[in-house]
Design a binder for this molecule. Structure first.
Ligand SMILES: [Zn+2]
Length: 261
């Protein structure tokens, strides 16, 4: 059930039965020339719609902005940073807590949000509640290793195709990641903000714009090319993740809450 479509009496009645809320959290960020900026919210919202048709768990409106500082510089990418997301998510969760919600499920679409979500999860834990982090793209890859992928690769491209195939700009699909060794040739760029030295990854935080000319950094063109994505794959994948979350919710909602320290 979508919270935005209910009145307060329905929420009051819901809380007599259950104290679980799903909150999708996304991001507005560059995913390469072939994908839309809203990818990380569009996909969780689609999964939420499948959950909504299979379960009566309460689903809050998505947070459309996230922490994506390293992708700033590509027009349209807007980051509220980790601190901004902590404040926003904490404020929202604290108000749900005030009404009696104690089981929080964050349906996350973007890896850069993890630090903020984990911080809010610990905050709620200390208040005697649980927050479960559902990183859809990692879950999909664990459910079926053939689906595993990264930022702007086949997995996410298929996910967006399940939302609307017209959102994928097919003329750019063949494009590589355009990786540059921006720090130095002796410290070649690895996955995301890693550089590789003697086969070991070292993180040097920096804006991705200096590493790639198109902002697509899946580093898995061979394993996860967007060219192999199909709407059928995307639909099956997002429905399977939704089925998993529906089952998980039933077990999670029954858990005994943590003692307040
Ligand atoms: Zn993404």
């Amino acid at each position: 059930m979508y919270l935005s479509e209910m009145n307060y009496l329905q929420v009051e009645n819901y809380l007599k039965e259950k104290d679980t809320i799903i909150i999708p959290v996304g991001s507005l960020e560059n995913h390469g020339k072939h994908m839309p900026l809203g990818t990380d919210t569009l996909i969780p919202d689609k999964i939420a719609s499948y959950i909504n048709s299979r379960s009566d768990v309460l689903i809050a409106p998505a947070i459309n902005y996230g922490a994506t500082d390293d992708l700033v510089g590509f027009p349209g990418t807007i980051s509220i940073g980790t601190e901004g997301l902590i404040q926003l998510l904490k404020s929202i969760c604290d108000q749900f807590y005030h009404y009696g919600f104690r089981h929080f499920m964050i349906l996350n679409g973007h890896g850069g949000n993890s630090a903020a979500i984990n911080t809010v999860g610990m905050h709620l834990y200390r208040k005697g509640a649980y927050l479960a982090v559902l990183n859809w793209w990692l879950m999909a890859g664990q459910i079926n290793p053939a689906w595993a992928g990264g930022h702007g690769g086949g997995e996410e491209t298929a996910g967006v195709m399940a939302v609307n195939p017209d959102l994928i700009k097919t003329e750019y699909l063949e494009l590589g990641e355009g990786i540059q060794n921006d720090v130095s040739e002796e410290l070649p760029s690895g996955a995301w903000t890693n550089v590789v030295y003697k086969n070991v990854n070292v993180v040097i935080p920096r804006e991705i714009r200096s590493i790639t000319d198109n902002g697509w950094l899946s580093h898995s063109f061979k394993n996860d090319p967007p060219t192999k994505a199909t709407a059928e794959w995307g639909k099956e994948m997002l429905e399977t993740v939704a089925d998993y979350i529906v089952d998980f919710e039933k077990v999670f909602s029954k858990t005994k809450l943590p003692e307040k320290p």
